[in-house]
Design a protein around this ligand. Structure first.
Ligand SMILES: [Zn+2]
Length: 448
């Protein structure tokens, strides 16, 4: 199937509003087709919510939660779901005008569930044991429960409202996921009664899946150092390694259930905006394919619930694709070594094998992984893009993420990896005033 080629700029609303001529420049110099503006102040594109939605918003009191959200003191909104009221949309309107006159598409941006649980503990993810997420893993996100109708219904109404009032070509929603699977604590969430009921309505044996998680934890805690060394000496396919470690196969269904809960809401959101305008497309960034199922982005489910697949950044941070597997391997190894006989080194080897990257030249060095040092970024990234095309059917276009601000040679290689594996463009961060970066994008996508 032929899909549209798109080069999408993940840009800051206020910056483009101050320099609208950059849209024409990027259109002419690199073939920019689309922008996805986000305001770092309100975490949406900069929408002004309608009064009735403000009145029934679940997060409207964020300014009073400065103890839980210190940035409230600076007027920075918390990264929660939906469109919170009180924001002035003058900058966004300027950006939309400039994009329309340049013939560039605009994708609206709002957040969903993977953050904000620390600011709104009453709506936060909880583990299958009913506990709050472990704050030791906070850097990977303390998310919101994805099954609260008070949040999802209001978010759907907000999407419909902005689809009606703004001249948008589609949406790219953010945080449509659980925390990064590096958060061991978040892997066992959400165990709340809302998620249990929603999972059972989809036909899942939820108590059985909770038990399979507990069985997995006990099996891993019982693994001996000798056994783990022997098992990882000759790499096995991930499923076989997990079998040998005693992890029940049923646990995969826990992750399918978690993804299905999100995908169902995504389908509903898409329907609401397409009832307003059937030409509007809807999608989100997803985690890197090595961890996407574990983080709530089962790619097959996403293909049927959204109109395209993209990502947040090419490396680093919570959503970087190249560093997704190494971050997860690092945290899992540290957590497992603390509760079992094998050490971090032995668990690291096993974790990299389970994530399908053990054959790449990744340093077996916990400090390097933690700091993201000496990693084969280009090779890790290419592995993820290769997996993306393997795990999808071709039903929707694929726009992997390229953070193009750094080394131009790296940018060129990342773009070429997308072309080589059948991608249809990219979601990019870039600075229009760096000519070497723009040249690298042009060269990297020359064959697209
Ligand atoms: Zn829940």
């Amino acid at each position: 199937m032929r899909h549209p080629r798109r080069l999408i700029w993940f840009c800051h609303t206020e910056q483009v509003a101050a320099n609208p001529e950059q849209l024409v420049q990027l259109r002419d110099e690199i073939g920019l087709t689309t922008i996805m503006p986000e305001s770092p102040i309100c975490h949406t594109s900069g929408f002004r919510a309608s009064n009735d939605l403000v009145a029934r918003g679940p997060f409207q009191d964020w300014r009073d939660r400065v103890e839980l959200w210190p940035k409230a003191a600076e007027g920075i909104y918390p990264p929660v779901a939906g469109v919170i009221g009180g924001f002035d949309d003058a900058a966004l309107l300027k950006v939309i005008d400039a994009a329309v006159s340049a013939g560039i598409e605009v994708w609206g941006h709002i957040g969903l569930w993977s953050y904000g649980g620390d600011v709104y503990p009453e709506h936060a993810l909880e583990t299958i044991d009913g506990d709050a997420l472990d704050p030791d893993f906070k850097r990977w996100g303390i998310g919101l429960c994805p099954s609260r109708e008070s949040i999802n219904g209001w978010t759907a109404d907000g999407l419909e409202d902005i689809a009606r009032r703004y001249e948008l070509d589609g949406f790219c929603v953010d945080h449509a996921r659980y925390p990064q699977p590096a958060s061991v604590s978040a892997l066992a969430a959400c165990g709340c009664s809302h998620c249990k009921a929603a999972g059972e309505a989809l036909g899942f044996d939820v108590p059985g899946l909770h038990q399979s998680l507990r069985d997995s934890a006990s099996a891993l805690q019982g693994v001996t150092q000798d056994a783990l060394r022997q098992l990882t000496a000759t790499p096995l396919p991930p499923d076989q390694l997990l079998d040998a470690l005693g992890v029940p196969r049923q646990v995969t269904d826990w992750f399918r259930l978690r993804s299905a809960l999100l995908a169902n809401q995504m389908r509903r959101f898409r329907q609401r905006i397409q009832e307003v305008d059937s030409s509007m497309i809807f999608g989100s960034d997803v985690f890197a394919p090595s961890i996407s199922l574990l983080g709530g982005n089962d790619l097959r489910g996403w293909e049927s619930a959204t109109d395209y697949i993209t990502g947040g950044s090419s490396s680093g941070g919570v959503v970087g694709w190249a560093t997704a597997s190494t971050n997860a391997a690092f945290e899992w190894s540290r957590a497992l070594a603390a509760v079992s006989q094998p050490g971090e080194q032995e668990w690291l080897e096993a974790a990299l094998q389970v994530l399908g990257v053990a054959d790449l030249p990744i340093p077996r060095d916990m400090a390097a992984l933690e700091g993201g040092r000496d990693l084969p970024i280009e090779a890790l990234y290419e592995r993820e893009v290769e997996e993306l095309t393997k795990q999808t059917t071709g039903q929707v276009p694929l726009y992997p993420p390229v953070s193009a601000g750094g080394d131009p040679e790296r940018t060129r290689r990342l773009c070429r990896a997308i072309v080589a594996h059948g991608g249809h463009g990219a979601m990019m961060t870039l600075s229009p005033d760096q000519p070497e970066t723009l040249q690298a994008i042009v060269e990297g996508f020359a064959e697209l």
